[in-house]
Design a protein around this ligand. Structure first.
Ligand code: FAD
Ligand code: NAP
Length: 314
């Protein structure tokens, strides 16, 4: 069976695309998501800018109802990693990690982005053993202890605030003396007594033993090293776009991309390939917000419905 639409990725963009394609009349729609649906926001300890949600809510709590709502309208979920999306004539081929291939008339891709490594000595060696990119997942291990947070964007500051509620002290290490984060978040950081700012500084080396991390050496602009004895280091230094599924056998991309690897789309989320739509964090000029990813998913779905209708009824 050829799918009317294949959705690759089950974050806010993919799930919303799933809701709108199925509710909008496409019969056979499958969302290929390698893990639990919900996307990267499920790692966030708090989301306070999703419209209409006024209470304190975790990213996980926000996302739990989304798949259920989609399934009500017939969206199918295949829990598998997509390795490549290609196009042969009018038919897209979705190559999967289990060795099988699905076919579809249209594809909406929303594979999002993944945490970037900061690149200091010991980061890879101790990843998962004291170095983490998820405060909600690992913060509890450091209850009552001191931890370091690296980064100066929204994620680093918000997660530092979360960790400050659990941990005795949070060292917030940022390479400049101004932050990228929203001003009200910066203000909250500055009035949180157990957060110490270490500015104009970068991690130099995380060290430890078989049991895990024992400390972090931090280097300032003048090259001076400060040794902080922490068992946990959380890095939030931005994200890389997950565009791997668009890489073809010859190494080229299926559609036009920016130099930094984002998918080029127009305001209808159309890519340079007919029937292929890109949404959310992976597309050019993405605001990188749940609400905009969801909006992209809706726009792409409406376009996919028209595209499939024209293709099959022309
Ligand atoms: P993602 O959420 O990244 O979802 C992509 C999905 O695709 C994932 O589930 C992934 O498993 C899946 N996938 C990837 N590759 C494959 C593959 N090859 N095969 C199958 N499946 C695949 N935004 C806000 O609006 N407010 C906030 O407060 C906020 N806080 C944040 C806090 C943190 C800690 C983080 C990390 C992000 C935060 N964001 C916030 C940003 C927000 O989470 C993202 O903008 C949003 O999730 C992007 O949605 P998406 O659907 O494009 O991608
Ligand atoms: P980001 O905005 O790209 O910030 C990354 C931070 O890490 C920057 O401060 C950067 O420093 C620093 N950095 C990068 N590489 C580094 C390295 N190798 N060593 C040390 N520091 C390094 O990433 P983000 O905070 O994850 O946010 C990503 C997107 O999601 C943003 O658009 C953000 O607004 C959005 N988001 C929004 C919310 C919200 O709306 N509440 C919450 C989370 C995320 P410089 O500042 O010097 O470049």
């Amino acid at each position: 069976m050829i799918l009317d639409c294949a959705i690759v990725g089950g974050g806010p963009a993919g799930l919303t695309a799933g809701l709108y394609t199925t509710r909008g009349g496409l019969e056979n729609v499958t969302m290929f998501e390698k893990g639990m649906p919900g996307g990267q926001i499920t790692q966030s300890s708090e989301i306070e800018n999703y419209p209409g949600v006024t209470g304190e809510i975790t990213g996980m709590d926000l996302m739990i109802p989304w798949p259920e709502q989609c399934q009500k309208f017939g969206l199918k979920h295949d829990m598998v990693e997509v390795t490549r999306v290609s196009k042969d004539g009018d038919i897209f081929k979705i190559y999967k990690g289990d060795g099988t291939v699905s076919e579809a008339y249209s594809v909406i891709i929303g594979t999002g982005s993944s945490p970037r490594r900061a690149g200091f000595a010991g980061e890879d060696e101790f990843f998962g053993r004291g170095v983490s990119t998820c405060a909600t997942c690992d913060g509890f291990f450091y209850k009552g202890k001191e931890v370091a947070v690296v980064g100066g964007g929204d994620t680093a500051l918000e997660e530092a605030l979360y960790l400050a509620k659990i941990c005795k002290k949070v060292y917030l290490i940022h390479r400049r003396d101004t932050f990228r984060s929203a001003p009200n978040t910066v203000a909250r950081i500055k009035r949180t007594e157990n957060i110490e700012l270490i500015l104009n500084s970068v991690p130099d080396e995380v060290y430890g033993d078989k049991m895990g991390v024992n400390g972090l050496k931090v280097k300032n602009k003048d090259g001076e090293i400060r040794d902080i004895a922490v068992p946990g280091v959380f890095t939030f230094v931005g994200n890389n776009v997950n565009n791997q599924t668009l890489i073809q056998e010859d190494g080229s991309f299926l559609c036009e991309m920016t130099k930094s690897g984002e998918v080029i789309v127009d305001i209808s989320m159309k890519t340079s390939v007919a029937g292929l739509f890109a949404t959310g964090d992976m597309r050019i000029a993405a605001p990188k917000q749940v609400v905009s990813a969801a909006g992209d998913g809706a726009v792409a779905a409406l376009q996919a419905i028209s595209y499939v209708d024209e293709l099959l009824n022309a």
